[in-house]
Design a protein around this ligand. Structure first.
Ligand SMILES: [Zn+2]
Ligand SMILES: [Zn+2]
Length: 173
């Protein structure tokens, strides 16, 4: 059972489409509508997929996420030049899941969509993208197993998130 890092209520699984046709299961809070993405799921979510998530205007609810729903590690803000400043994304340094409020998710996906529409998207490049990400992930796993130092592991893992964001942003340009 996964609990919302903001409201501590049980998260509800939702199926949403990715860029490359598959579906993934994310977890949404029935109270604040915030969404938990396991490793890499946030970047893979198709902007159109946000339609399958629940949304209500909840500006009255403001909360700052605390602990990871998977392993109760404190969440940290994800800072990257590729993420617009008004969008708050939090990640777990242990399992690399990400937490984002529904407002910020919509803003983030809108931002990705704008980039996507600036140039025509080619079918084969989404396949290439998927392969590239899978290669990176398997590379990261081998690397993780070789590394003994936990801090090194975390640093390696976080930079891989950023590398994937960069690949995606290049792809979307
Ligand atoms: Zn919540
Ligand atoms: Zn975690």
């Amino acid at each position: 059972m996964k609990l919302c890092p903001c409201c501590n209520v049980e998260l509800i699984p939702k199926n949403v489409p990715t860029y490359y046709g598959r579906y993934l299961e994310v977890d949404q809070c029935p109270n604040c509508y915030g969404i938990w993405f396991d490793k890499w799921e946030l970047v893979a979510l198709n902007p159109e997929g946000t339609r399958d998530l629940e949304y209500r205007d909840i500006q009255s609810i403001s909360c700052s996420p605390t602990l990871c729903p998977n392993d109760q590690v404190p969440l940290k803000p994800l800072k990257d030049p590729l993420i617009p400043k008004d969008i708050d994304i939090y990640y777990c340094p242990k399992c690399l899941g990400t937490w984002v409020s529904i407002e910020d998710l919509l803003k983030y996906k809108e931002f990705q969509k704008k980039k996507m529409h600036t140039k025509e998207q080619k079918e084969e490049s989404s396949k290439e993208l998927e392969e590239k990400i899978e290669r990176l992930l398997s590379y990261q796993e081998t690397k993780n197993n070789e590394m003994e130092n936990l801090e090194e592991k975390i640093a390696g893992a976080v930079s891989i998130i950023l590398v994937i964001l960069r690949i995606l942003s290049k792809f979307l340009k």
